[in-house]
Design a protein around this ligand. Structure first.
Ligand SMILES: *[C@@H]1O[C@H](CO)[C@@H](O)[C@H](O)[C@H]1NC(C)=O
Ligand SMILES: *[C@@H]1O[C@H](CO)[C@@H](O)[C@H](O)[C@H]1NC(C)=O
Ligand SMILES: *[C@@H]1O[C@H](CO)[C@@H](O)[C@H](O)[C@H]1NC(C)=O
Ligand SMILES: *[C@@H]1O[C@H](CO)[C@@H](O)[C@H](O)[C@H]1NC(C)=O
Ligand SMILES: *[C@@H]1O[C@H](CO)[C@@H](O)[C@H](O)[C@H]1NC(C)=O
Ligand SMILES: *[C@@H]1O[C@H](CO)[C@@H](O)[C@H](O)[C@H]1NC(C)=O
Ligand SMILES: *[C@@H]1O[C@H](CO)[C@@H](O)[C@H](O)[C@H]1NC(C)=O
Ligand SMILES: *[C@@H]1O[C@H](CO)[C@@H](O)[C@H](O)[C@H]1NC(C)=O
Ligand SMILES: *[C@@H]1O[C@H](CO)[C@@H](O)[C@H](O)[C@H]1NC(C)=O
Ligand SMILES: *[C@@H]1O[C@H](CO)[C@@H](O)[C@H](O)[C@H]1NC(C)=O
Length: 701
């Protein structure tokens, strides 16, 4: 007894001594798998794996797909150079600053460091401003470096990037523009194929931007050349030579601010990726909304700098409000999840206008099916993501549907069911005139009606609904005839294969029919939807024999209709959020009681075929579980939170993890690590985490 007490206090002594020597950063609100740094669209997506925070001065940030992208930051204090961020190579006698902490909010990832007697804060800020199309569409993020010390010091701050940003080694050209107080580097590849990507999803065309702006108290200098030469010249003199005559493979472009003597100051770099021809929509180029006002990159970047204080103050309001609303609706674990979500969800999208007319009355949003297959405006990606748009900016739902509906209205898509996506690979939104795509007939027909319902009821834009009513009616007719006696087909979780009579799909068909009937005052559709629900639930067609849960499939000739098979029926959530009462309330209570019984070691597998769970679909199931008994909601939220914080992955917010051992014939593998990341990173589907908050109504910001 005495010995073990003595032993444990020795251990404590050892650890406290150790901690004073090697400081461990503190993390708030949690230590996530990866920090969004500059995440604004599918091609501006810079992340820092969470396990690199403690080595921040020598870290290597990454593109969302995992390849390194360089971004180095140095500071010079009274002639001593400190590595603050992203400089793995040696720089003269530079020392590494020590990392104090890391924090994130919805729009900022912030790191605190100490360099001698000065503290530095690195604030990576990607605005989210979906109602301000100009601000939202700017393809730049802020990197703000602030200093603070008790006395004034002589301070210079430096940043550089290299051609990893163009994804094409050896063929990058650099251009420096200085105009007024702006210093702007653009890296591009001459003759790069428009609308093309590297095999790791970076844009081949367009240009990377690194920029700085000086005010009257600062000067900015610039250089390009070999990384060691340029960094060493900053380290030795505190400024850059202005020589930008060469840029070859492995070189950097660099900008440095001289702040002079200061005890407190703050400067901004802009990092970005510009594609003038952003999207190919049916053969017509579309460009960022901002180009209606700022046609050249220099003027757009200048505006971006001038907009900083307005964007910053908007972000503080948004961040605080989201944290408060999330916590009020489902606790701090929910807030930790929701605040990590928005940059990734909006970062899968872009706001565009026609590149020729720059007509701002013709706005369309495009969304990339990031990580899975690159499809454009996939309906079964917009659908799971819709809660974030519904909560933050319902108009965004219409902007995402416009390209789909305008293409459908043109008559080029002739199938009786809704299209899956409007292009096989982003940014080519070139449709499927050949009618060849990944068909998900009931899935997408239900999705487009439910998305229209979400938008129209959130905004009361019934005129827009009338404009496209014939399209919605066609798909409602399809669901009426094909939604209950369902042919073998794929649903959103396509990896699991095609099945007939999938309960989750039939539930979607029932609710979408009721939604259509409610929206357009046609009770015959509502009655059909309610009759489906009566069959599936009340008459027990899709229930197990003791009526404890929905089975994966229903019918006599199907494989997965036995008592132990199940699906997490996320598709019932629209009935809750829209208050349609297609299903009786007992169906929701039944589910809320059932889900805890299939909780595995690290979560509820999405259906009885698989060993993995889903962050966004279980968020939908959580939201559909009645709030008057929130233990099921809490179970789902805590599962996601555990996955996010268990330290087993470093991916940009992955939405799929292993919940149970992958044995016994489950889709998965026997080596699957429980709690580990299965696949998918940086997908906009995480917008579905907002499902619970969305129950409080549309347009909350
Ligand atoms: C992080 O550390 C800095 C000092 O580097 C300090 O000023 C700041 O308050 C800390 N932030 C948090 C969130 O702990
Ligand atoms: C887009 O289409 C163009 C022209 O067909 C093609 O060269 C390019 O590779 C496509 N882009 C992607 C990402 O598939
Ligand atoms: C992607 O392209 C790079 C460079 O062209 C090449 O080295 C690599 O093998 C390719 N990877 C795949 C998965 O095709
Ligand atoms: C840079 O110059 C522009 C145009 O003269 C001005 O509006 C802006 O305030 C200046 N920016 C700074 C940081 O001084
Ligand atoms: C600029 O740098 C290049 C390559 O490092 C060098 O050849 C050239 O002499 C330099 N020019 C000036 C004016 O120093
Ligand atoms: C549906 O009917 C209600 C009242 O009966 C009416 O206010 C609404 O405008 C109608 N909606 C449509 C789309 O016709
Ligand atoms: C699917 O369900 C319908 C309606 O209950 C039924 O008529 C049909 O036989 C089922 N299909 C299969 C393959 O079991
Ligand atoms: C019951 O479901 C399992 C999968 O969970 C399946 O392998 C089996 O074939 C089903 N049994 C019947 C009788 O359909
Ligand atoms: C809430 O749900 C849990 C799990 O299904 C159940 O055990 C409990 O009895 C329910 N509580 C109430 C008050 O309904
Ligand atoms: C958050 O979730 C974890 C389980 O993942 C749980 O242990 C913890 O109590 C939850 N925290 C709060 C504040 O609910």
């Amino acid at each position: 007894m005495w010995l073990s007490l003595k032993h444990s206090s020795l251990v404590q002594l050892f650890f406290s001594a150790y901690e004073t020597v090697v400081a461990t950063p503190t993390y708030s609100p949690i230590h996530p798998p990866s920090y969004p740094l500059a995440v604004r669209n599918p091609y501006l997506s810079l992340w820092l794996p969470g396990d690199q925070v403690e080595d921040l001065p020598t870290a290597t940030p990454q593109f969302w797909a995992g390849q390194d992208l360089s971004l180095g930051i140095l500071a010079r204090v009274d002639g001593t150079t400190y590595k603050l961020f992203g400089v793995p190579g040696s720089v003269g006698s530079a020392v590494e600053a020590s990392v104090n902490n890391a924090t994130y909010s919805s729009t900022h990832s912030i790191f605190g460091l100490t360099a001698g007697s000065v503290t530095f804060t690195l604030d990576f800020f990607s605005p989210i401003s979906p109602s301000n199309y100009l601000r939202q569409s700017l393809p730049f993020s802020y990197v703000t470096v602030s200093t603070s010390s008790s006395q004034a010091h002589d301070i210079q701050i430096y940043s550089d990037i290299d051609e990893s940003w163009t994804g094409q080694s050896g063929s990058t050209v650099s251009q420096l523009t200085t105009s007024g107080n702006l210093s702007l580097f653009q890296l591009s590849v001459a003759g790069a194929a428009t609308y093309s990507e590297t095999n790791l999803s970076q844009a081949l065309w367009g240009e990377t931007v690194l920029a700085a702006v000086s005010d009257s108290a600062e000067t900015v200098s610039s250089a390009s050349g070999a990384a060691t030469t340029v960094r060493n010249s900053f380290a030795s003199s505190g400024s850059l030579s202005g020589n930008t005559s060469t840029f070859v493979a492995e070189d950097v472009v660099a900008l440095a601010y001289d702040l002079g003597q200061t005890s407190s100051a703050s400067i901004n770099f802009a990092i970005g990726y510009v594609r003038e021809q952003a999207i190919n929509y049916l053969g017509n180029a579309r460009t960022g909304y901002y180009r209606a006002t700022y046609q050249d990159t220099a003027s757009a970047v200048s505006f971006f700098f001038n907009d900083y204080s307005a964007a910053y103050s908007e972000s503080l309001t948004f961040d605080a409000s989201l944290e408060q609303k999330a916590t009020a609706s489902a606790g701090t674990n929910y807030s930790d999840i929701l605040t990590l979500t928005p940059r990734q969800a909006f970062g899968g999208t872009e706001l565009t206008i026609p590149d020729d007319t720059l007509d701002t009355s013709d706005v369309m949003a495009f969304l990339k099916e990031i990580s899975s297959d690159g499809n454009v405006n996939t309906l079964d990606v917009i659908f799971p993501a819709f809660p974030i748009f519904y909560v933050v900016a319902p108009e965004y739902i219409r902007l995402l549907l416009e390209p789909v509906l305008q293409y459908t209205e043109s008559g080029a898509w002739t199938q009786p069911f809704a299209i899956h996506d409007i292009g096989t690979h982003y940014p080519n939104a070139t449709g499927h005139d050949d009618q060849v795509e990944e068909d998900m007939p009931v899935e997408e027909s239900g999705n487009i009606i439910l998305l229209a319902y979400a938008y129209i009821t959130a905004t009361s834009n019934y005129d827009w609904g009338s404009k496209y009513q014939s399209i919605f009616q066609k798909y409602a007719d399809y669901l009426s005839s094909e939604g209950l006696d369902e042919a073998v087909q794929l649903a959103t979780n396509d990896c699991c294969g095609a099945l007939a009579n999938q309960t989750n799909l039939a539930i979607k068909a029932a609710i979408a029919l009721n939604a259509y009937g409610t929206l357009f005052n046609d009770t015959s559709y509502s009655n059909t939807g309610i009759s489906f629900a009566t069959e599936l639930y009340t008459n027990g067609l899709a229930l197990d024999s003791s009526k404890t849960h929905f089975t994966l499939q229903y019918g006599t000739d199907v494989e997965f209709a036995n008592d132990t098979d199940y699906a997490v029926v996320f598709n019932i959530y629209p009935d809750t959020i829209f208050g349609l009462a297609t299903f009786p309330s007992a169906a929701f209570s039944m589910l809320a009681d059932y889900y805890p019984t299939i909780q595995g070691q690290a979560g509820v597998p999405l259906d009885s075929r698989v060993d993995w769970s889903s962050t966004f679909w279980t968020s939908w199931a959580a939201a559909a579980s009645p709030g008057d008994n929130d233990s099921t909601r809490t179970l789902f939220i805590n599962n996601i939170w555990a996955f996010l914080t268990n330290g087993l992955n470093t991916a940009p917010f992955s939405d799929r993890w292993y919940a149970v051992p992958g044995s016994g014939g489950l889709i998965g593998g026997s080596g699957d690590l429980i709690g580990g990341y299965d696949r998918w990173r940086n997908r906009p589907v995480v917008g579905g985490h907002f499902a619970i908050l969305a129950l409080n109504g549309p347009g909350q910001f």
